[in-house]
Ligand binder design. Structure first.
Ligand SMILES: [Zn+2]
Length: 308
């Protein structure tokens, strides 16, 4: 059962291409946290306006947990619909200004986002008002070294972005040797434990209350990734490919090797950690995802089974 949120806090749960939208309602000062992926912008606007979200009320401010394409891809569409101001984490400015094809690693990963203008920034230690409540910004490095998470101490609600999901978290870059991203992610988990939230609204998946269980399972997974970078590289390859597939909706199986050869991330990770050429990587990837039930393969076409 979904844990109950304060009445002024609404979570619009999406899927794995689009992050969740968190709507914080206060008359004349409605706030949205995160805006989804750009190709689904119309759906995001529809959900945002619906009774699940703003219920036809105006939106004054959009705040991002981090500037990855699935969290800020809809920023431009939301701002042009509502004229709201946009606030991004201070550390993300360097990734989106100037806006380039490689902003937030999009070229490397074959991802997109509509360019947007931000009005101000938020740093760890600062706070903002949302839904009549005060939300503290806390550093949440790991998945994104410049990410923030937002904690409301009265009801103990944490908007975690991709720092913690129910039983998981966002992909953490693999490295040869000591991994600063994994170390940072572990520190973020420790920070979450210190905050002791009663409810977490994650960037993906349903809000959840068993924070301890999720922290423990992510911690053991990160430890396994630290011991075996190739395991992390395989995980990242699967995650990024499914993300791309959710955007494209389908791909011909015989086009997968050329796709993996064309998008820099796959060649880079495979060269460093897996030692597979694109045809071998494609064969492993399609078989692995099909075996896990994450994709279906039929008539020479691969399609994702996860919600977008
Ligand atoms: Zn995300």
């Amino acid at each position: 059962m979904r844990p109950s949120l304060p009445p002024s806090v609404r979570a619009i749960v999406r899927g794995w291409l689009n992050c969740n939208q968190v709507v914080l309602l206060a008359p004349g000062d409605n706030v949205l946290v995160d805006s989804g992926y750009c190709t689904h912008r119309e759906k995001t606007l529809e959900l945002l306006a619906s009774r699940e979200g703003l219920d036809r009320q105006p939106l004054e401010r959009l705040v991002n947990t981090h500037c990855h394409s699935d969290h800020m891809g809809g920023n431009a569409a939301v701002a042009s619909m509502y004229g709201c101001r946009i606030t991004i984490p201070a550390g993300e400015v360097k990734h989106v200004r100037p806006w380039t094809p490689q902003s937030a690693w999009m070229q490397q990963l074959d991802q997109r986002a509509d360019p947007f203008h931000f009005d101000d920034t938020l740093a760890a230690g600062e706070s903002f008002e949302g839904g009549g409540l005060e939300w503290q910004a806390h550093a949440a490095p790991g998945h994104d070294m410049d990410a923030l998470m937002f904690f409301e101490p009265v009801n103990r609600v944490l908007v975690s972005g991709d720092a913690l999901w129910e039983g998981g978290m966002g992909f953490v870059w693999p490295t040869e040797g000591p991994n600063e991203f994994i170390d940072a992610a572990l520190e973020t988990l420790a920070a979450i434990e210190r905050l002791d939230p009663a409810i977490v609204i994650p960037g993906h998946g349903e809000p959840f209350a068993d924070v301890k269980g999720s922290v423990e399972s992510v911690r053991s997974r990160l430890a396994a990734f630290a011991r075996d970078p190739a395991k992390n590289a395989r995980h990242g390859t699967k995650v990024m490919f499914v993300f791309a597939l959710l955007d494209k909706e389908s791909m011909r199986v015989d086009e997968v090797p050329a796709y993996l050869a064309r998008v820099p991330f796959y060649g880079d990770v495979s060269r460093r950690f897996l030692g597979l050429d694109p045809p071998a990587l494609a064969e492993w990837l399609v078989a692995e995802l099909a075996r896990a039930g994450v994709v279906s393969v039929g008539e020479g076409v691969i399609r994702p089974n996860l919600p977008a």
